[in-house]
Design a protein around this ligand. Structure first.
Ligand code: 3PY
Length: 254
């Protein structure tokens, strides 16, 4: 079980993936053929059943995309996503060291954590990969990502990212701006931008890769230039702009 994205991040390389909240294994295959590195299945907000999540993961595996699941704000969802075959877990609203420790506990098998083992699941090849090899590979290869998206998480950034087992901090600019009181201006607000710029410096000091969303190709480029190691483009935004462009092209101007 190799995790290409985790390896790239360890080597200081940048990665670009897709944040997807709609069910479509076909679209996942398209993303893989297009050359994305990873897929984040948004099971915090998207309308996915556990079976849908599994089929999206399956499609990602067919095209060599690393499947990551953004679970709901509930560590008990982590086990299900991992047993479907997720190679990464992204957890929203992690605000302090204790929250971060709970996440790691759910991802790692004993003695590192408390994940329940079962060798009949997909990631254990339904019983073929039995035993210590599977457990150690999962502990080693699964990417553990926590969202930094509240003023409390910003204040506790260093203690969160220093929890052993946390591989990356992911900025949630929408929740961050709303929780900072900027519902209207959103992440464009200069104070939010300032906090994000400081997080970049703090992440560098802590030697922890940073992730962020991007709404379009220009913001993907900008994020990469800013040093973001894991850029997740929001596929619904990309699709909506493409649809609006087509409609715009079809509107009679005279
Ligand atoms: C946010 O922007 O708040 C996120 O969680 C990314 O979707």
């Amino acid at each position: 079980m190799k995790n290409r994205v985790k390896e790239k991040l360890k080597n200081g390389e940048k990665t670009v993936g897709a944040f997807v909240g709609v069910y479509s294994p076909e679209m996942v295959e398209m993303l893989g053929h297009a050359g994305f590195d990873f897929l984040v299945i948004d099971d915090e907000h998207g309308a996915f059943s556990p079976r849908d999540v599994e089929n999206m993961i399956r499609a990602a595996e067919c095209v060599d995309l690393v499947p990551i699941v953004r679970v709901a704000y509930d560590p008990s969802c982590i086990q299900k996503a991992l047993d479907r075959g997720a190679k990464g877990i992204q957890v929203p609203m992690v605000n302090n060291r204790e929250d971060a420790e709970k996440v790691v506990q759910r991802v790692k098998f004993p003695p590192l954590g408390q994940r329940g083992a079962n060798y009949t699941t997909r990631p254990a090849s339904y019983g073929k990969d039995h035993g210590i090899g599977f457990l150690d590979a999962a502990d080693d290869q699964i990417l553990v990502i926590v969202h930094i998206e509240t003023p409390e998480a910003v204040a506790n950034f260093e203690e969160i990212v220093s929890v052993p087992g946390i591989d990356m901090a992911f900025i949630g600019p929408t929740d961050l701006s709303i929780s900072m009181g900027y519902k209207e201006e959103g992440a464009r607000h200069p104070e939010v931008q300032n906090v994000i710029a400081q997080l970049r410096e703090r992440a560098q000091q802590q030697n922890i890769p940073l992730g962020n969303i991007a709404a379009n190709p220009a913001s993907v480029r900008q994020e990469l230039e800013n040093g973001t190691a894991f850029v997740a483009v929001v596929i619904t935004s990309v699709m909506m702009s493409a649809f609006l462009e087509v409609v715009e092209a079809g509107v009679r101007k005279d």
